[in-house]
Ligand binder design. Sequence first.
Ligand SMILES: *[C@@H]1O[C@H](CO)[C@@H](O)[C@H](O)[C@H]1NC(C)=O
Ligand SMILES: *[C@@H]1O[C@H](CO)[C@@H](O)[C@H](O)[C@H]1NC(C)=O
Ligand SMILES: *[C@@H]1O[C@H](CO)[C@@H](O)[C@H](O)[C@H]1NC(C)=O
Ligand SMILES: *[C@@H]1O[C@H](CO)[C@@H](O)[C@H](O)[C@H]1NC(C)=O
Ligand SMILES: *[C@@H]1O[C@H](CO)[C@@H](O)[C@H](O)[C@H]1NC(C)=O
Ligand SMILES: *[C@@H]1O[C@H](CO)[C@@H](O)[C@H](O)[C@H]1NC(C)=O
Ligand SMILES: *[C@@H]1O[C@H](CO)[C@@H](O)[C@H](O)[C@H]1NC(C)=O
Length: 431
Amino acid sequence: MVKETRSDLNPLFAQKHNYHHVFLKLAVSCLLVGLAIRLLFTDSFSLSSVLRNPPPLANAIPNSPFFSSLPSYSVDFPVNQTQSSAQDAVECDLFVGDWVPDLNGPMYTNESCRVIEDHQNCMRNGRPDSGYLYWRWNPRGCDLPKFSPKKFLHMMRDKSWAFIGDSISRNHVQSLLCLLSQVEAADEVYHDEGYKSKIWKFTSYNFTLSVIWSPFLMKADIFEDINGVSSSETHLHLDILDDKWTNQYKNFDYVAIAGGKWFLKTAIYHENNTVTSCHKCHGKNLTEVGYQHAYRKALQQVFYFMTQSEHKTVVFFRTTTPDHFENGEWFSGGYCNTTGPFKEEQIEVRYEDSIMRSIELEEFHKAKNASANFKLLDTTGLSLLRPDGHPGPYRQFHPLLNAKVQNDCLHWCLPGPIDSWNDILLQMLAI
Ligand SMILES: *[C@@H]1O[C@H](CO)[C@@H](O)[C@H](O)[C@H]1NC(C)=O
Ligand SMILES: *[C@@H]1O[C@H](CO)[C@@H](O)[C@H](O)[C@H]1NC(C)=O
Ligand SMILES: *[C@@H]1O[C@H](CO)[C@@H](O)[C@H](O)[C@H]1NC(C)=O
Ligand SMILES: *[C@@H]1O[C@H](CO)[C@@H](O)[C@H](O)[C@H]1NC(C)=O
Ligand SMILES: *[C@@H]1O[C@H](CO)[C@@H](O)[C@H](O)[C@H]1NC(C)=O
Ligand SMILES: *[C@@H]1O[C@H](CO)[C@@H](O)[C@H](O)[C@H]1NC(C)=O
Ligand SMILES: *[C@@H]1O[C@H](CO)[C@@H](O)[C@H](O)[C@H]1NC(C)=O
Protein backbone atom coordinates (compact mmCIF):
# COMPACT_ATOMS: atom_id res chain seq x y z
CA MET A 1 0.00 0.00 0.00
CA VAL A 2 1.27 3.39 -0.90
CA LYS A 3 0.43 5.84 1.81
CA GLU A 4 0.38 9.50 1.24
CA THR A 5 0.81 12.07 3.92
CA ARG A 6 -0.43 15.60 4.01
CA SER A 7 3.05 16.95 3.52
CA ASP A 8 3.23 14.97 0.31
CA LEU A 9 0.42 17.03 -1.08
CA ASN A 10 1.40 20.48 0.01
CA PRO A 11 4.75 20.81 -1.72
CA LEU A 12 3.30 20.00 -5.06
CA PHE A 13 0.57 22.47 -4.50
CA ALA A 14 3.10 25.16 -3.67
CA GLN A 15 5.15 24.22 -6.66
CA LYS A 16 2.31 24.46 -9.10
CA HIS A 17 0.61 27.67 -8.15
CA ASN A 18 3.61 29.63 -9.30
CA TYR A 19 2.72 29.11 -12.87
CA HIS A 20 -0.91 28.26 -13.11
CA HIS A 21 -3.51 30.91 -12.40
CA VAL A 22 -5.98 28.29 -11.60
CA PHE A 23 -4.08 27.52 -8.48
CA LEU A 24 -4.74 30.88 -6.96
CA LYS A 25 -8.44 30.26 -7.05
CA LEU A 26 -7.75 26.83 -5.80
CA ALA A 27 -5.63 27.94 -2.93
CA VAL A 28 -8.56 29.78 -1.49
CA SER A 29 -10.98 26.96 -1.77
CA CYS A 30 -8.36 24.62 -0.52
CA LEU A 31 -7.80 26.55 2.63
CA LEU A 32 -11.49 27.04 3.14
CA VAL A 33 -12.50 23.49 2.84
CA GLY A 34 -9.25 22.08 4.04
CA LEU A 35 -9.37 19.35 1.49
CA ALA A 36 -6.79 17.77 -0.65
CA ILE A 37 -6.43 19.34 -4.05
CA ARG A 38 -6.78 17.50 -7.21
CA LEU A 39 -5.60 19.48 -10.15
CA LEU A 40 -7.00 17.97 -13.24
CA PHE A 41 -6.54 19.59 -16.56
CA THR A 42 -8.42 16.72 -17.99
CA ASP A 43 -9.96 13.87 -16.17
CA SER A 44 -6.87 12.03 -17.09
CA PHE A 45 -4.44 14.05 -15.19
CA SER A 46 -6.26 13.06 -12.15
CA LEU A 47 -5.29 9.58 -13.02
CA SER A 48 -1.78 10.45 -12.26
CA SER A 49 -2.45 12.93 -9.58
CA VAL A 50 -1.58 10.33 -7.09
CA LEU A 51 1.78 10.27 -5.53
CA ARG A 52 3.54 7.06 -5.79
CA ASN A 53 6.86 5.85 -4.63
CA PRO A 54 6.90 2.22 -5.55
CA PRO A 55 10.15 0.49 -6.16
CA PRO A 56 10.69 -0.17 -9.84
CA LEU A 57 9.83 -3.76 -10.42
CA ALA A 58 11.90 -4.18 -13.53
CA ASN A 59 14.01 -6.88 -12.05
CA ALA A 60 10.90 -8.71 -10.93
CA ILE A 61 9.44 -9.04 -14.40
CA PRO A 62 9.66 -12.80 -14.58
CA ASN A 63 7.20 -12.98 -11.70
CA SER A 64 5.14 -10.03 -12.74
CA PRO A 65 1.61 -10.68 -13.86
CA PHE A 66 2.30 -8.64 -16.98
CA PHE A 67 4.49 -11.15 -18.63
CA SER A 68 3.57 -14.27 -16.83
CA SER A 69 2.93 -15.93 -20.15
CA LEU A 70 6.29 -15.00 -21.61
CA PRO A 71 8.42 -17.99 -20.73
CA SER A 72 6.41 -20.32 -22.92
CA TYR A 73 5.87 -18.33 -26.07
CA SER A 74 8.87 -19.39 -28.05
CA VAL A 75 8.29 -23.02 -27.32
CA ASP A 76 4.59 -23.16 -28.03
CA PHE A 77 4.26 -20.65 -30.81
CA PRO A 78 7.07 -20.57 -33.32
CA VAL A 79 6.99 -17.34 -35.27
CA ASN A 80 5.42 -17.88 -38.66
CA GLN A 81 4.57 -14.70 -40.47
CA THR A 82 2.77 -16.50 -43.25
CA GLN A 83 0.02 -17.69 -40.97
CA SER A 84 -2.81 -15.28 -40.52
CA SER A 85 -6.02 -17.21 -40.26
CA ALA A 86 -8.38 -16.65 -37.39
CA GLN A 87 -7.69 -20.15 -36.26
CA ASP A 88 -4.05 -19.35 -35.71
CA ALA A 89 -5.09 -16.34 -33.72
CA VAL A 90 -6.95 -18.60 -31.33
CA GLU A 91 -3.77 -20.47 -30.69
CA CYS A 92 -1.51 -17.53 -30.09
CA ASP A 93 -1.54 -14.84 -27.47
CA LEU A 94 -2.27 -11.53 -29.16
CA PHE A 95 -0.81 -9.68 -26.21
CA VAL A 96 2.64 -11.20 -26.14
CA GLY A 97 4.89 -9.93 -28.86
CA ASP A 98 7.05 -7.08 -30.06
CA TRP A 99 6.75 -3.70 -31.65
CA VAL A 100 8.29 -4.02 -35.10
CA PRO A 101 9.11 -1.31 -37.65
CA ASP A 102 6.23 -0.53 -39.96
CA LEU A 103 7.24 1.51 -42.96
CA ASN A 104 3.61 2.06 -43.97
CA GLY A 105 3.04 4.28 -41.00
CA PRO A 106 -0.35 5.29 -39.65
CA MET A 107 -3.62 4.86 -41.55
CA TYR A 108 -4.72 8.42 -40.87
CA THR A 109 -3.27 11.81 -40.06
CA ASN A 110 -4.38 14.99 -38.33
CA GLU A 111 -5.58 16.10 -41.77
CA SER A 112 -7.66 13.05 -42.65
CA CYS A 113 -9.21 12.64 -39.21
CA ARG A 114 -10.94 15.65 -37.73
CA VAL A 115 -12.14 14.19 -34.44
CA ILE A 116 -8.80 14.05 -32.65
CA GLU A 117 -8.95 15.79 -29.31
CA ASP A 118 -6.63 18.81 -29.20
CA HIS A 119 -4.58 17.44 -26.32
CA GLN A 120 -3.82 14.26 -28.23
CA ASN A 121 -3.31 15.82 -31.64
CA CYS A 122 0.46 15.61 -31.49
CA MET A 123 1.00 16.25 -35.20
CA ARG A 124 -1.01 19.43 -35.19
CA ASN A 125 0.55 20.53 -31.93
CA GLY A 126 3.99 20.43 -33.48
CA ARG A 127 5.61 17.28 -32.14
CA PRO A 128 8.84 17.29 -34.18
CA ASP A 129 9.69 13.59 -34.30
CA SER A 130 7.62 11.10 -36.23
CA GLY A 131 9.46 7.83 -35.59
CA TYR A 132 6.82 6.82 -33.03
CA LEU A 133 4.32 6.46 -35.90
CA TYR A 134 6.25 3.73 -37.69
CA TRP A 135 5.72 0.71 -35.47
CA ARG A 136 3.15 -2.00 -35.36
CA TRP A 137 2.37 -4.55 -32.70
CA ASN A 138 3.45 -7.99 -33.79
CA PRO A 139 2.22 -10.81 -31.57
CA ARG A 140 4.62 -13.71 -31.43
CA GLY A 141 3.29 -16.72 -33.24
CA CYS A 142 0.49 -15.08 -35.16
CA ASP A 143 0.01 -12.40 -37.69
CA LEU A 144 -1.99 -9.36 -36.71
CA PRO A 145 -3.40 -7.61 -39.78
CA LYS A 146 -3.74 -3.87 -39.71
CA PHE A 147 -7.20 -2.61 -38.91
CA SER A 148 -9.64 -2.88 -41.80
CA PRO A 149 -12.37 -0.25 -41.46
CA LYS A 150 -14.46 -1.95 -44.14
CA LYS A 151 -14.33 -5.27 -42.39
CA PHE A 152 -15.15 -3.73 -39.04
CA LEU A 153 -18.09 -1.72 -40.34
CA HIS A 154 -19.35 -4.70 -42.25
CA MET A 155 -19.43 -6.70 -39.01
CA MET A 156 -21.13 -3.82 -37.22
CA ARG A 157 -24.05 -3.40 -39.58
CA ASP A 158 -27.19 -2.71 -37.49
CA LYS A 159 -25.16 -3.03 -34.31
CA SER A 160 -24.42 -0.82 -31.36
CA TRP A 161 -21.14 -0.54 -29.51
CA ALA A 162 -20.30 1.35 -26.32
CA PHE A 163 -16.94 2.24 -24.84
CA ILE A 164 -17.33 2.73 -21.10
CA GLY A 165 -14.68 4.15 -18.80
CA ASP A 166 -12.46 7.18 -18.31
CA SER A 167 -10.58 9.45 -20.69
CA ILE A 168 -8.45 6.56 -21.91
CA SER A 169 -11.63 4.94 -23.22
CA ARG A 170 -12.34 8.23 -25.00
CA ASN A 171 -8.81 8.19 -26.41
CA HIS A 172 -9.48 4.65 -27.63
CA VAL A 173 -12.81 5.51 -29.26
CA GLN A 174 -11.22 8.45 -31.07
CA SER A 175 -8.61 6.13 -32.52
CA LEU A 176 -11.44 3.90 -33.74
CA LEU A 177 -13.31 6.86 -35.24
CA CYS A 178 -10.17 7.96 -37.06
CA LEU A 179 -9.56 4.49 -38.44
CA LEU A 180 -13.19 4.19 -39.56
CA SER A 181 -13.24 7.67 -41.06
CA GLN A 182 -11.31 6.31 -44.03
CA VAL A 183 -14.53 4.59 -45.04
CA GLU A 184 -17.17 6.74 -43.47
CA ALA A 185 -17.12 9.81 -41.28
CA ALA A 186 -19.38 9.41 -38.29
CA ASP A 187 -22.20 11.79 -37.48
CA GLU A 188 -22.13 12.94 -33.90
CA VAL A 189 -25.72 12.64 -32.74
CA TYR A 190 -25.33 13.30 -29.02
CA HIS A 191 -22.97 14.77 -26.51
CA ASP A 192 -23.42 15.47 -22.84
CA GLU A 193 -22.81 18.83 -21.25
CA GLY A 194 -19.12 18.26 -20.70
CA TYR A 195 -18.53 16.52 -24.05
CA LYS A 196 -17.41 13.46 -22.14
CA SER A 197 -20.11 11.08 -23.30
CA LYS A 198 -21.00 11.01 -26.97
CA ILE A 199 -22.90 9.00 -29.55
CA TRP A 200 -22.04 8.71 -33.23
CA LYS A 201 -23.92 7.12 -36.11
CA PHE A 202 -22.46 5.53 -39.19
CA THR A 203 -25.54 5.95 -41.34
CA SER A 204 -24.76 3.69 -44.24
CA TYR A 205 -24.05 0.85 -41.83
CA ASN A 206 -26.71 1.71 -39.26
CA PHE A 207 -23.93 1.36 -36.71
CA THR A 208 -24.12 3.27 -33.44
CA LEU A 209 -20.94 3.98 -31.50
CA SER A 210 -21.03 5.48 -28.01
CA VAL A 211 -18.55 6.54 -25.43
CA ILE A 212 -19.83 6.75 -21.87
CA TRP A 213 -17.76 8.59 -19.34
CA SER A 214 -17.90 6.61 -16.15
CA PRO A 215 -14.43 6.65 -14.64
CA PHE A 216 -15.35 4.51 -11.63
CA LEU A 217 -18.09 2.48 -13.36
CA MET A 218 -19.88 2.89 -10.03
CA LYS A 219 -22.11 5.63 -8.69
CA ALA A 220 -19.76 8.43 -7.78
CA ASP A 221 -20.18 12.02 -6.73
CA ILE A 222 -17.27 13.80 -8.31
CA PHE A 223 -16.76 17.43 -7.40
CA GLU A 224 -14.89 18.94 -10.27
CA ASP A 225 -15.26 22.29 -11.91
CA ILE A 226 -15.01 22.91 -15.62
CA ASN A 227 -11.20 22.83 -15.46
CA GLY A 228 -11.33 19.46 -13.85
CA VAL A 229 -10.26 20.85 -10.52
CA SER A 230 -11.82 19.06 -7.61
CA SER A 231 -13.10 21.01 -4.68
CA SER A 232 -13.83 17.99 -2.57
CA GLU A 233 -13.01 14.34 -2.49
CA THR A 234 -15.04 11.89 -4.45
CA HIS A 235 -17.79 9.94 -2.77
CA LEU A 236 -17.91 6.50 -4.24
CA HIS A 237 -20.71 4.01 -3.68
CA LEU A 238 -19.14 0.60 -3.73
CA ASP A 239 -22.45 -1.21 -4.05
CA ILE A 240 -24.26 0.94 -6.62
CA LEU A 241 -23.36 0.78 -10.29
CA ASP A 242 -23.28 3.96 -12.34
CA ASP A 243 -26.67 4.02 -14.05
CA LYS A 244 -25.19 6.14 -16.82
CA TRP A 245 -24.10 2.88 -18.43
CA THR A 246 -26.35 0.30 -16.80
CA ASN A 247 -29.52 2.08 -18.03
CA GLN A 248 -28.33 1.74 -21.59
CA TYR A 249 -26.70 -1.65 -21.32
CA LYS A 250 -29.59 -3.50 -22.95
CA ASN A 251 -29.11 -1.42 -26.12
CA PHE A 252 -25.55 -2.55 -26.74
CA ASP A 253 -24.39 -5.49 -28.81
CA TYR A 254 -20.78 -4.83 -27.88
CA VAL A 255 -19.19 -3.18 -24.90
CA ALA A 256 -15.56 -2.24 -24.30
CA ILE A 257 -15.24 -1.43 -20.63
CA ALA A 258 -12.32 -0.48 -18.43
CA GLY A 259 -11.64 0.71 -14.93
CA GLY A 260 -8.35 1.97 -13.73
CA LYS A 261 -6.48 4.78 -12.17
CA TRP A 262 -9.32 6.92 -10.91
CA PHE A 263 -9.48 4.44 -8.06
CA LEU A 264 -6.11 5.70 -6.88
CA LYS A 265 -7.64 9.04 -6.01
CA THR A 266 -8.78 10.23 -2.63
CA ALA A 267 -12.26 8.92 -2.04
CA ILE A 268 -14.82 8.37 0.69
CA TYR A 269 -16.42 4.99 0.28
CA HIS A 270 -20.09 4.34 0.86
CA GLU A 271 -21.71 0.97 1.23
CA ASN A 272 -25.33 0.37 2.08
CA ASN A 273 -25.84 4.14 1.95
CA THR A 274 -23.47 4.66 4.84
CA VAL A 275 -19.96 6.00 4.87
CA THR A 276 -17.88 2.96 5.62
CA SER A 277 -14.27 3.70 4.84
CA CYS A 278 -11.99 5.71 2.63
CA HIS A 279 -8.83 5.91 0.63
CA LYS A 280 -6.26 8.60 1.42
CA CYS A 281 -8.69 10.66 3.46
CA HIS A 282 -6.26 12.24 5.86
CA GLY A 283 -7.67 13.89 8.91
CA LYS A 284 -10.98 12.11 8.63
CA ASN A 285 -11.93 9.63 11.27
CA LEU A 286 -12.45 6.85 8.80
CA THR A 287 -10.87 3.51 8.19
CA GLU A 288 -8.38 3.53 5.35
CA VAL A 289 -9.07 0.46 3.26
CA GLY A 290 -7.03 1.11 0.16
CA TYR A 291 -8.03 1.37 -3.45
CA GLN A 292 -7.63 -2.37 -3.97
CA HIS A 293 -10.70 -3.06 -1.89
CA ALA A 294 -12.75 -0.54 -3.86
CA TYR A 295 -11.47 -1.63 -7.25
CA ARG A 296 -12.13 -5.29 -6.62
CA LYS A 297 -15.62 -4.59 -5.30
CA ALA A 298 -16.41 -2.38 -8.27
CA LEU A 299 -15.26 -4.96 -10.80
CA GLN A 300 -17.19 -7.68 -9.00
CA GLN A 301 -20.38 -5.65 -9.22
CA VAL A 302 -19.77 -4.75 -12.86
CA PHE A 303 -19.19 -8.35 -13.85
CA TYR A 304 -22.06 -9.60 -11.72
CA PHE A 305 -24.41 -7.17 -13.42
CA MET A 306 -23.23 -8.34 -16.82
CA THR A 307 -23.35 -12.05 -16.15
CA GLN A 308 -26.80 -11.78 -14.55
CA SER A 309 -28.20 -9.58 -17.28
CA GLU A 310 -30.69 -11.21 -19.59
CA HIS A 311 -29.29 -9.08 -22.36
CA LYS A 312 -26.30 -10.84 -23.84
CA THR A 313 -23.58 -8.48 -24.91
CA VAL A 314 -20.09 -9.21 -26.15
CA VAL A 315 -17.90 -7.67 -23.46
CA PHE A 316 -14.31 -6.60 -24.00
CA PHE A 317 -12.72 -5.84 -20.68
CA ARG A 318 -9.57 -3.74 -21.08
CA THR A 319 -6.83 -3.91 -18.51
CA THR A 320 -5.27 -0.85 -16.91
CA THR A 321 -3.19 1.50 -19.00
CA PRO A 322 0.34 2.42 -17.90
CA ASP A 323 1.81 5.89 -17.88
CA HIS A 324 5.43 6.78 -18.56
CA PHE A 325 6.23 9.80 -16.45
CA GLU A 326 9.94 9.94 -15.74
CA ASN A 327 11.77 11.94 -13.09
CA GLY A 328 8.57 13.13 -11.53
CA GLU A 329 4.86 12.98 -11.96
CA TRP A 330 2.58 15.04 -14.12
CA PHE A 331 2.53 17.78 -11.52
CA SER A 332 6.19 17.74 -10.60
CA GLY A 333 8.05 18.04 -13.85
CA GLY A 334 7.73 14.44 -14.98
CA TYR A 335 8.25 13.96 -18.68
CA CYS A 336 8.48 11.30 -21.36
CA ASN A 337 10.75 12.24 -24.24
CA THR A 338 11.91 8.89 -25.56
CA THR A 339 11.35 8.56 -29.28
CA GLY A 340 11.14 4.79 -29.71
CA PRO A 341 9.68 1.71 -28.01
CA PHE A 342 11.28 0.14 -24.98
CA LYS A 343 12.77 -3.28 -25.06
CA GLU A 344 11.22 -5.62 -22.55
CA GLU A 345 14.19 -5.36 -20.22
CA GLN A 346 13.81 -1.58 -20.09
CA ILE A 347 10.32 -1.50 -18.70
CA GLU A 348 9.44 -0.76 -15.15
CA VAL A 349 6.14 -2.14 -14.04
CA ARG A 350 4.68 0.28 -11.59
CA TYR A 351 3.47 -1.10 -8.34
CA GLU A 352 -0.09 0.19 -8.81
CA ASP A 353 -0.28 -1.10 -12.34
CA SER A 354 0.71 -4.59 -11.32
CA ILE A 355 -1.72 -4.58 -8.38
CA MET A 356 -4.55 -3.27 -10.54
CA ARG A 357 -3.90 -5.70 -13.30
CA SER A 358 -3.83 -8.67 -10.98
CA ILE A 359 -7.19 -7.63 -9.50
CA GLU A 360 -8.52 -7.23 -13.03
CA LEU A 361 -7.31 -10.64 -14.13
CA GLU A 362 -8.67 -12.40 -11.06
CA GLU A 363 -12.11 -10.85 -11.28
CA PHE A 364 -12.28 -11.16 -15.04
CA HIS A 365 -11.50 -14.86 -15.00
CA LYS A 366 -14.12 -15.49 -12.34
CA ALA A 367 -16.67 -13.68 -14.48
CA LYS A 368 -15.56 -15.34 -17.67
CA ASN A 369 -16.44 -18.67 -16.13
CA ALA A 370 -20.02 -17.44 -16.04
CA SER A 371 -20.16 -15.93 -19.48
CA ALA A 372 -18.63 -17.06 -22.71
CA ASN A 373 -19.05 -13.58 -24.15
CA PHE A 374 -16.29 -12.04 -22.06
CA LYS A 375 -13.04 -11.16 -23.79
CA LEU A 376 -9.91 -9.78 -22.21
CA LEU A 377 -8.32 -6.86 -24.02
CA ASP A 378 -5.06 -7.11 -22.18
CA THR A 379 -3.25 -4.07 -23.51
CA THR A 380 -1.27 -3.18 -20.40
CA GLY A 381 1.93 -4.99 -21.31
CA LEU A 382 2.15 -3.95 -24.94
CA SER A 383 1.37 -0.35 -24.00
CA LEU A 384 4.03 -0.39 -21.35
CA LEU A 385 6.56 -0.86 -24.14
CA ARG A 386 5.60 2.46 -25.77
CA PRO A 387 6.89 5.37 -23.71
CA ASP A 388 7.27 7.25 -27.00
CA GLY A 389 3.55 7.28 -27.79
CA HIS A 390 2.39 10.03 -25.42
CA PRO A 391 1.85 13.70 -26.18
CA GLY A 392 4.33 14.84 -23.53
CA PRO A 393 4.50 18.65 -23.89
CA TYR A 394 2.67 18.42 -27.23
CA ARG A 395 -0.62 18.16 -25.44
CA GLN A 396 -0.54 21.87 -26.13
CA PHE A 397 -0.28 23.66 -29.42
CA HIS A 398 3.38 24.48 -30.06
CA PRO A 399 4.43 24.51 -26.42
CA LEU A 400 7.25 26.80 -25.41
CA LEU A 401 9.64 24.13 -24.35
CA ASN A 402 11.88 26.40 -22.35
CA ALA A 403 8.97 27.27 -20.09
CA LYS A 404 7.65 24.79 -17.62
CA VAL A 405 4.94 22.96 -19.47
CA GLN A 406 2.55 20.30 -18.43
CA ASN A 407 3.46 16.92 -19.86
CA ASP A 408 0.99 14.19 -20.64
CA CYS A 409 2.65 10.82 -20.46
CA LEU A 410 -0.58 8.93 -19.96
CA HIS A 411 -2.84 9.50 -22.95
CA TRP A 412 -1.74 8.51 -26.42
CA CYS A 413 -1.04 10.61 -29.46
CA LEU A 414 -3.43 10.05 -32.36
CA PRO A 415 -2.29 8.53 -34.58
CA GLY A 416 -0.16 6.47 -32.22
CA PRO A 417 0.30 3.16 -30.44
CA ILE A 418 -3.31 3.10 -29.23
CA ASP A 419 -4.36 2.41 -32.83
CA SER A 420 -2.98 -1.07 -32.36
CA TRP A 421 -5.59 -1.69 -29.65
CA ASN A 422 -8.09 -1.58 -32.49
CA ASP A 423 -6.06 -3.92 -34.69
CA ILE A 424 -6.35 -6.37 -31.82
CA LEU A 425 -10.01 -5.64 -31.19
CA LEU A 426 -10.91 -6.46 -34.77
CA GLN A 427 -8.80 -9.60 -34.69
CA MET A 428 -10.61 -10.74 -31.54
CA LEU A 429 -13.95 -10.08 -33.23
CA ALA A 430 -12.89 -12.11 -36.21
CA ILE A 431 -12.10 -15.14 -34.07
C1 LIG B 1 4.45 -21.34 -41.90
O1 LIG B 1 3.13 -21.76 -42.11
C2 LIG B 1 2.90 -22.24 -43.43
C3 LIG B 1 1.42 -22.53 -43.59
O2 LIG B 1 0.90 -23.16 -42.46
C4 LIG B 1 3.80 -23.45 -43.69
O3 LIG B 1 3.61 -23.91 -45.01
C5 LIG B 1 5.25 -23.05 -43.50
O4 LIG B 1 6.07 -24.18 -43.63
C6 LIG B 1 5.46 -22.44 -42.13
N1 LIG B 1 6.80 -21.91 -42.02
C7 LIG B 1 7.54 -22.07 -40.94
C8 LIG B 1 8.88 -21.42 -40.97
O5 LIG B 1 7.15 -22.69 -39.96
C1 LIG C 1 -1.65 18.87 -39.23
O1 LIG C 1 -0.34 18.97 -38.74
C2 LIG C 1 0.52 19.77 -39.51
C3 LIG C 1 1.88 19.72 -38.87
O2 LIG C 1 2.33 18.41 -38.82
C4 LIG C 1 -0.01 21.18 -39.59
O3 LIG C 1 0.80 21.95 -40.43
C5 LIG C 1 -1.42 21.16 -40.10
O4 LIG C 1 -1.97 22.47 -40.06
C6 LIG C 1 -2.29 20.25 -39.28
N1 LIG C 1 -3.62 20.18 -39.84
C7 LIG C 1 -4.72 20.27 -39.11
C8 LIG C 1 -6.01 20.17 -39.85
O5 LIG C 1 -4.72 20.41 -37.90
C1 LIG D 1 -30.77 -0.32 -37.40
O1 LIG D 1 -30.36 -1.23 -36.41
C2 LIG D 1 -31.30 -1.41 -35.38
C3 LIG D 1 -30.68 -2.36 -34.37
O2 LIG D 1 -29.52 -1.78 -33.83
C4 LIG D 1 -32.58 -1.98 -35.93
O3 LIG D 1 -33.53 -2.10 -34.90
C5 LIG D 1 -33.11 -1.08 -37.01
O4 LIG D 1 -34.23 -1.68 -37.62
C6 LIG D 1 -32.04 -0.83 -38.06
N1 LIG D 1 -32.52 0.17 -39.01
C7 LIG D 1 -32.54 -0.07 -40.31
C8 LIG D 1 -33.03 1.05 -41.16
O5 LIG D 1 -32.18 -1.12 -40.80
C1 LIG E 1 -27.62 -2.75 4.97
O1 LIG E 1 -28.58 -2.10 5.78
C2 LIG E 1 -29.68 -2.91 6.11
C3 LIG E 1 -30.70 -2.05 6.85
O2 LIG E 1 -30.06 -1.13 7.67
C4 LIG E 1 -29.20 -4.10 6.92
O3 LIG E 1 -30.29 -4.94 7.24
C5 LIG E 1 -28.18 -4.86 6.12
O4 LIG E 1 -27.64 -5.92 6.89
C6 LIG E 1 -27.06 -3.96 5.67
N1 LIG E 1 -26.18 -4.69 4.80
C7 LIG E 1 -24.86 -4.63 4.89
C8 LIG E 1 -24.10 -5.41 3.87
O5 LIG E 1 -24.29 -3.96 5.73
C1 LIG F 1 -13.39 8.13 15.68
O1 LIG F 1 -14.36 7.12 15.47
C2 LIG F 1 -14.47 6.22 16.55
C3 LIG F 1 -15.42 5.09 16.18
O2 LIG F 1 -16.40 5.54 15.28
C4 LIG F 1 -14.92 6.98 17.81
O3 LIG F 1 -14.99 6.10 18.89
C5 LIG F 1 -13.93 8.08 18.08
O4 LIG F 1 -14.38 8.88 19.17
C6 LIG F 1 -13.74 8.97 16.88
N1 LIG F 1 -12.66 9.93 17.12
C7 LIG F 1 -12.79 11.21 16.86
C8 LIG F 1 -11.60 12.05 17.15
O5 LIG F 1 -13.83 11.69 16.40
C1 LIG G 1 14.78 14.33 -22.29
O1 LIG G 1 14.66 15.39 -21.39
C2 LIG G 1 15.70 15.44 -20.42
C3 LIG G 1 15.35 16.51 -19.41
O2 LIG G 1 14.99 17.69 -20.05
C4 LIG G 1 17.01 15.68 -21.13
O3 LIG G 1 18.07 15.66 -20.19
C5 LIG G 1 17.25 14.57 -22.16
O4 LIG G 1 18.41 14.86 -22.91
C6 LIG G 1 16.05 14.48 -23.10
N1 LIG G 1 16.22 13.33 -23.97
C7 LIG G 1 15.93 13.37 -25.26
C8 LIG G 1 16.12 12.09 -26.02
O5 LIG G 1 15.52 14.38 -25.81
C1 LIG H 1 -13.23 -21.33 -13.68
O1 LIG H 1 -13.76 -22.62 -13.93
C2 LIG H 1 -12.79 -23.63 -14.00
C3 LIG H 1 -13.44 -24.94 -14.38
O2 LIG H 1 -14.81 -24.80 -14.50
C4 LIG H 1 -12.11 -23.74 -12.63
O3 LIG H 1 -11.11 -24.72 -12.66
C5 LIG H 1 -11.47 -22.40 -12.29
O4 LIG H 1 -10.92 -22.45 -11.00
C6 LIG H 1 -12.49 -21.30 -12.36
N1 LIG H 1 -11.79 -20.04 -12.21
C7 LIG H 1 -12.19 -19.09 -11.39
C8 LIG H 1 -11.34 -17.90 -11.31
O5 LIG H 1 -13.21 -19.21 -10.75
